[in-house]
Design a binder for this molecule. Structure first.
Ligand code: ZN
Length: 198
């Protein structure tokens, strides 16, 4: 049944493809957009297209950036000999919000999950190993505290230990099964401080 014109339907359809947006929310957003002043709509549309066009992976840590290097990797104030391995850029942002971590990061863009058919070759592990050929003191594995995150951590530790580089795992202050990005800053910092060697 067609209640709306085809252009409205198409807007609703595009919005409903976004994660967490069901048919009702898509409809609500579509009408919200239609009620916005034209310059705001243009601003939204151009922010989406220019982010998509210009944002790329940092060539060191593989987080998203619009420069060759992200702000963390390009900062001389950071300890470039300490690398924290996280699953995604949202986890990096969570640790940055603590304001307490002074090292750099490596973003895997996923975790090993045999159930989902995601193997070590599907995440940015090779890129991590290349970085470890430089002068590195410690790799802190801060993957999520769930089956996939733990599997990934064990795998990484087995790869790195023979290199003689310290490998540690964030402490279990992070609740089991917890996604890092939803955990408050104090808990994240405690998990980092209480990390143990693997
Ligand atoms: Zn970077």
């Amino acid at each position: 049944m067609e209640f709306y014109s085809s252009q409205i339907n198409s807007l609703v359809e595009q919005l409903s493809k976004l994660p967490g947006i069901g048919a009702k929310s898509a409809q609500r957003l579509a009408f919200h957009i239609l009620n916005m002043p034209e310059d705001q709509v243009a601003g939204l549309a151009s922010a989406i297209t220019s982010a998509k066009r210009n944002v790329r992976y940092c060539k060191e840590c593989y987080t998203y950036t619009d420069n060759e290097l992200c702000p963390v990797c390009s900062s001389p104030k950071r300890n470039h000999r300490q690398i924290m391995v996280v699953e995604n850029p949202r986890d990096l942002a969570a640790y940055e919000k603590t304001g307490k971590y002074e090292g750099v990061y490596h973003v895997l863009h996923g975790a090993v999950s045999p159930m989902a058919g995601i193997g070590p070759q599907d995440i940015r592990l090779d890129e991590l190993m290349v970085r470890l050929q430089g002068d590195i003191d410690e790799v802190i594995v801060a993957t999520n505290k769930n089956l996939e995150g733990d599997t990934t951590a064990t795998y990484i530790s087995k790869l790195i230990k023979p290199l003689g580089i310290r490998v540690s795992r964030i402490a279990s202050g992070v609740p089991a099964g917890g996604d890092l990005e939803y955990i408050d800053e104090v808990t994240l910092y405690k998990a980092l401080e209480g990390r143990t060697d693997m």
